[in-house]
Design a protein around this ligand. Structure first.
Ligand code: NAG
Length: 509
């Protein structure tokens, strides 16, 4: 809960870590800032990207930075830190990005003091930090001679500053166009009923351009109208509608119905303009950072037959309790199929440690007795992390059990790997519906919304995906989506042309 004050020892420790990243980046930033204004005098247009601090959001914003840099723009990415996330590991990662892409630099904002909030959702803090960082952004933009500001969804409040300073303001939406349709339409749903989504429960909600959804499937921070996270989310749509455009990490032919509904103004709240929508994706991580530890599993995959392995990985925040881990283990063993499984430590019961990096999992304690020996020939368990993009791209992988985070979905699409959907948080339950009912690229792992997904369900879905005709059809559909994704990105493809159209507008004097 974020009802606590922001001065606990845990948070001040993180503060110190953040401070050291901040300091290590600061000296570099100063020189870089100097250089970018020189570049602006070169005639190079400078673009400021403002991601929200979550790793998934940061990674996709960096990928956007790379494609913009490849079009001749100078990119500065603003880094803000959250009081409860340990971002100290990001220093070397960011330095590596700049080393490989000299046109991309980073600028760290000082950490802000977040007052206690009446919310249990980290999203509330993310919004709050963006609001509190406004003075830093204003100061930075005023001195940066930048023509364009691109902000993450959670930083939409920053679009006000762009308007105020006469800078072109855009949003970069890092999830599906279908999720965007929902968020744009949220003020309409709000006005239509006095009930919170929690009270609406299983009631079906209609949003133009996307499948009907029960209110229970909306993101948890939106469940209660009184929650600050809800109130912040409600203002995103008007902010986006008044922007110069929304850049979406998708490609139109993946989600044509949603993209066309948004563009036609069907999702826009009454009285607001409809901004242009630019589908420029899929942008996925172009290389893995710290692949070293992953070599083990890539070497193991080299020895497995084509499309025979199910890969289970649930993102940087996805954790299961000990009971769920055992059910998965029993199910995988019973399936008799090959698997590569990333196991993370169960969540810490101590709420004060909720956001700390968990320790390495104790596999002997978590897995059923003898599991590792018995499955030696068919499975590999890796602790905490695997190079997901490279694993998915490996020909031996025939299925992906995923939390449906959008970056993971796009990586699976780009690799042509069909999905078993096991949504956990954020907009992932909506993504499950989109993937299963609209795009036909996934089948749900039943029980994800109950207390536990049972071993039988894991075994039968894994067998279905790898062995059945239904699984084969799903794989073929995913391969077709992969081909369309690649066509979108090549010279003259829909995403390539859209990006050209966007950037040409910025290049005008
Ligand atoms: C996309 O288009 C631009 C210019 O129109 C070009 O420079 C770029 O290399 C193209 N291709 C890819 C694969 O990005």
């Amino acid at each position: 809960s974020f009802r606590r004050s922001s001065t606990s020892t845990r948070q001040s420790r993180h503060h110190t870590q953040e401070q050291s990243v901040h300091n290590s980046l600061q000296s570099r930033t100063d020189t870089i800032r100097h250089r970018s204004s020189a570049r602006a005098m070169d005639g190079r247009k400078q673009v400021v990207l403002y991601p929200s601090p979550g790793m998934g959001h940061l990674v996709s914003m960096i990928e956007l930075g790379k494609v913009l840099a490849a079009r001749g723009l100078a990119i500065t990415i603003v880094i803000v830190s959250l009081p409860f996330v340990d971002t100290s590991a990001r220093g070397p990662f960011l330095a590596g990005v700049t080393a490989a892409n000299p046109s991309i630099s980073f600028h760290c904002f000082p950490q802000v003091e977040v007052p206690p909030l009446d919310s249990d959702h980290p999203e509330a803090v993310t919004y709050e930090v963006a609001g509190l960082s406004i003075p830093h952004l204003r100061g930075f933009l005023a001195g940066a001679s930048s023509a364009v500001l691109v902000v993450d969804f959670f930083c939409s409040i920053a679009l006000d500053v762009a308007a105020e300073l006469g800078v072109h303001g855009y949003c970069f939406f890092t999830s599906a166009a279908e999720a965007l349709a929902f968020f744009l339409y949220l003020p309409v749903l709000h006005a239509r009923s006095a009930a919170s989504f929690r009270e609406m429960g299983e009631e079906l909600v209609h949003v133009p351009g996307i499948p009907v959804l029960p209110a229970t499937h909306f993101p948890k921070p939106l469940m209660d109208r009184d929650d600050p996270a809800y109130r912040w989310s409600l203002r995103v749509s008007p902010d986006l509608c008044r922007s110069q455009g929304i850049i979406v990490n998708t490609f139109r032919s993946l989600e044509p119905r949603a993209v066309d509904a948004i563009s036609a103004g069907l999702c826009t709240p009454p009285g607001l303009p409809t901004p242009p929508v630019y589908c420029i994706g899929p942008l996925i991580k172009s290389e893995e950072v710290g692949v070293k530890r992953g070599h083990e599993c890539l070497a193991w995959l080299d020895m497995q037959p084509t499309a025979s392995v199910v890969f289970l990985c649930f993102g940087s925040l996805g954790v299961f309790d000990a009971r769920q881990i055992r059910e998965v283990a029993i199910g995988l063993e019973a399936s008799g199929k090959r698997f590569l499984w990333v196991v993370r430590s169960p969540p810490n019961d101590d709420p004060a440690k909720k956001f700390e990096e968990p320790p390495e999992p104790d596999l002997d304690a978590l897995l059923p007795e003898g599991f590792l020996e018995r499955t030696k020939g068919t499975g590999l368990v890796v602790k905490s992390w695997a190079p997901q993009r490279d694993v998915l791209a490996h020909g031996a992988v025939g299925g992906f059990v995923t939390h449906c985070g959008w970056n993971s979905v796009l990586e699976a699409v780009m690799a042509g790997v069909p999905m078993l959907a096991w949504p956990l948080y954020a907009e992932q339950r909506m993504n499950r519906v989109f993937l299963e009912e609209e795009l036909g690229l996934a089948v749900a792992m039943d029980g994800y919304d109950k207390e536990v997904v049972e071993a039988d369900q894991v075994a039968s879905k894994v067998r279905w995906l790898i062995d059945s005709d239904g699984g084969r059809v799903l794989r073929e559909r995913t391969m077709a989506a992969m081909r369309r994704a690649k066509e979108a990105l090549v010279e003259g493809g829909e995403s390539n042309l859209t990006l050209t159209r966007l950037v040409e507008g910025w290049m005008l004097p």
